[in-house]
Design a protein around this ligand. Structure first.
Ligand code: 6PG
Length: 471
């Protein structure tokens, strides 16, 4: 037999994606640079083995796929992808499609698309979210590249994607880097979501003096309401889990230093690049970087003293925390969607925002009830509309902003860090301020650099009567 599709890279994500493809009835050829891994993968594939062609050389792998060949790369992002493409190129034929399913930087995806243009080969940059379980049983799939190339692999992708009430969470989002860009922003939002949850946890732990065991049911309860989401669900589970060695809540044993592989940072960089503020995402990235400064933080705690529980614990305050998290989430998603809308114009992708919200409803890490509200809200709105101006969200923000204000103020007075929540609040407050304070910035710029300013009462560029500047 010849396989319908091939996959290179049998790490956790690749192996699970291959099993998913095989399980959905598609014959798949697999290859891994370390041959032993291919052997182990095949031996443990059970009944699915009849759908899998394990290959030990790259030549054998290419020959095992029926042309025109779709080949998924699930390998480490960056140079390894370029190296793999270079190895494959001489072995492939016209119309074969290379599909990069890793967490690539969308700029690399655009470059690779351009490099392969004119060679007869096609390139797809595909964001895949959902971690190990998602890859195995249904991830959310964000595709970028030529639409005709997508159409050729669409049947397989729709089969393996997560389903939300019967709708597959997979879509073609635009040319070249569109899919990887959207995956990057997905991860930026993921960072903001996780950071805001962690900040609420911090208030509960250090402000209210709650134990992990006491917090778990609170998050579990929130997961029954408007915060219903995968991340809130796993937060409750993490808080409820005990360390096997010590019997302590595992969260108390885990070192407070968060890793990051780059996609969150790219979201912040790209938002700055196109001039669309994404302050909650930036704060979340910065918080991870600060978390890495463990020794410095410990020294600073010695110098400045430790925050002791000083916030009164009550059901009413826990309710404020829930609403504050919802308000922060609205602002963070508004930022993420605004960045996608801005990039869509800059890169001429025509990103379908309601469709993006729809394919994030299941399979991916930020899946939630909230995304259904976004999808529905965007259906009637133009892609340029900030989520904060969509009627359903105006209403929700009006309801929840007071709680966000109280929680940020309370945290600030108690000395508890809430960088993402407070950035979200300041973004909202600046966004809703008809007359801001940039008039003073303009006055300063004109004073020191004759940069000119606009006036409120007549058109044109003007200068102030500053006189001679004294340095
Ligand atoms: C997903 C995840 C996944 C991974 C990222 C983020 O959507 O399945 O976003 O891609 O978790 O690599 O990882 P870091 O937190 O290490 O940056």
């Amino acid at each position: 037999m010849q396989a319908e599709i091939g996959l290179i890279g049998l790490g956790t994500m690749g192996a699970n994606l291959a099993l998913n493809i095989a399980e959905k009835g598609h014959d798949i050829a697999v290859f891994n640079r370390t041959t032993a891994k291919t052997g182990t993968f095949f031996e443990t594939a059970g009944d699915l083995r009849e759908k899998i062609l394990p290959c030990t050389t790259i030549e054998e792998f290419v020959q095992a796929i029926r042309p025109p060949r779709p080949i998924i790369l699930m390998i480490m992002a960056g140079d390894p992808v370029d190296e793999q493409i270079d190895i494959l190129r001489p072995l492939l034929s016209r119309e074969d499609i290379i599909i990069d399913a890793g967490n690539a930087n969308f700029r690399d995806t655009i470059r690779r698309t351009l490099t392969l243009e004119g060679t007869g080969l096609q390139f797809i940059g595909m964001g895949v979210s959902g971690g190990e379980v998602g890859a195995r049983h249904g991830p959310s799939i964000m595709v970028g590249g030529a639409e005709a190339s997508y159409k050729r692999v669409e049947p397989v992708l729709l089969d393996i994607a997560a389903q939300y009430e019967g709708d597959p969470c997979c879509a073609w989002l635009g040319e070249n880097g569109a899919g990887h860009f959207v995956k990057t922003i997905h991860n930026g939002i993921e960072y903001a979501d996780m950071q805001m949850i962690a900040e609420i946890y911090g208030i509960m732990r250090d402000g209210l003096g709650m134990s992990a065991k006491q917090m778990a049911p609170v998050f579990a309860k929130w997961n029954q309401g408007r915060l219903d989401s995968y991340l809130v669900d796993i937060t409750a589970r993490v808080l409820d889990t005990e360390d096997a060695e010590t019997g302590q809540p595992i969260v108390d044993i885990i070192l407070d230093r968060a890793g990051q592989k780059g996609t969150g940072r790219w979201s912040a960089i790209e938002s700055q690049q196109i001039g669309v503020p994404a302050t909650a995402i930036e704060a979340a990235v910065a918080a991870r970087s600060l978390s890495a400064l463990k020794a410095e933080r410990e020294a600073a705690e010695q110098a400045y003293g430790r925050t002791s529980p000083s916030v009164e614990r009550s059901d009413a305050f826990l309710r404020e925390l829930e609403l504050a998290l919802l308000a922060g989430k609205i602002a963070a998603y508004a930022q993420g969607f605004a960045v996608m809308s801005g990039a869509s114009q800059d890169y001429r992708w025509n990103l379908p925002l309601p469709e993006i919200a729809r394919i994030w409803r299941a399979g991916c890490i930020i899946r939630s009830q909230f995304l259904t509200t976004i999808a529905t809200a965007y259906d009637g709105a133009s892609a340029e509309t900030n989520l904060l101006m969509v009627p359903a969200f105006v209403e929700m923000m009006q309801e929840t902003q007071g709680a966000l204000r109280k929680v940020v103020a309370r945290a600030a007075t108690a000395g508890l860090p809430v960088p993402a929540l407070s950035s979200a609040l300041s973004y909202f407050d600046m966004y809703r301020q008809g007359r801001g304070t940039a008039n003073l910035i303009q006055g300063q710029r004109d004073f020191f650099g004759a940069h000119s300013f606009e006036r409120i009462d007549k058109p044109g560029a003007h200068h102030g009567p500053w006189g001679i500047t004294q340095l």
